[in-house]
Design a protein. Structure first.
Length: 133
C-alpha cells in the first residue's frame, strides 16, 4: 500500500485471487494518476462479499469507505465515482430531473438520484481511461 497513497487501508476477503487483486489495484492506481487525484486524499477499501444488500458495491462517505464484492469487482469504478464526486476531486455536470434515468428514479430516494447519475458519469469516464491503458 505504500505505493498507493490514496488507499488508506485495505481489507481483502480470504480466498480472493492475488493475481486479480494485483491487476485491480494496478488499474486503480492508473485511474487515480490519470485523473490527477492528489495522493494526500485517501479512502478505505474492502473487498468482501456483500450478503445483506442487493448490491455489488457501496460507498460510505462518513468513513470514506468503498466496499466491493470480489465477485463483481467492476463495481469499484462506480463506487470510486461516488468518492471522487463527494470529495470534489472531479467535476461532474449538473443533472436536472429530466436527465435522470427512470430506472434510477425507481431505485433511489429522491435526493440520491443525482448522486447516482454523477457516479455513473464518472464511472463512464473511468472506463474510457481504462480502455487507453
Amino acid at each position: 500500500l505504500d505505493a498507493m497513497p490514496w488507499v488508506q487501508s485495505i481489507e481483502v476477503q480470504e480466498g480472493f485471487d492475488p493475481a486479480k487483486l494485483s491487476q485491480l489495484l494496478g488499474q486503480l492506481e492508473q485511474v487515480l494518476i490519470s485523473l490527477k487525484v492528489n495522493p494526500s486524499r485517501a479512502f478505505h477499501l474492502k473487498l468482501r462479499k456483500i450478503r445483506r444488500h442487493r448490491k455489488t458495491g457501496m460507498y460510505m462517505p462518513s468513513v470514506k469507505l468503498i466496499v466491493v464484492d470480489p465477485r463483481e469487482t467492476r463495481s469499484l469504478w462506480h463506487e470510486l465515482g461516488h468518492w471522487l464526486e463527494q470529495e470534489n476531486l472531479v467535476e461532474t455536470p449538473a443533472f436536472s430531473d429530466a436527465d435522470i434515468e427512470s430506472e434510477i428514479k425507481e431505485k433511489y430516494p429522491k435526493g440520491d438520484c443525482e448522486k447516482d447519475m454523477k457516479a455513473r458519469w464518472v464511472e463512464k469516464k473511468i472506463h474510457g481511461l481504462l480502455r487507453k491503458v
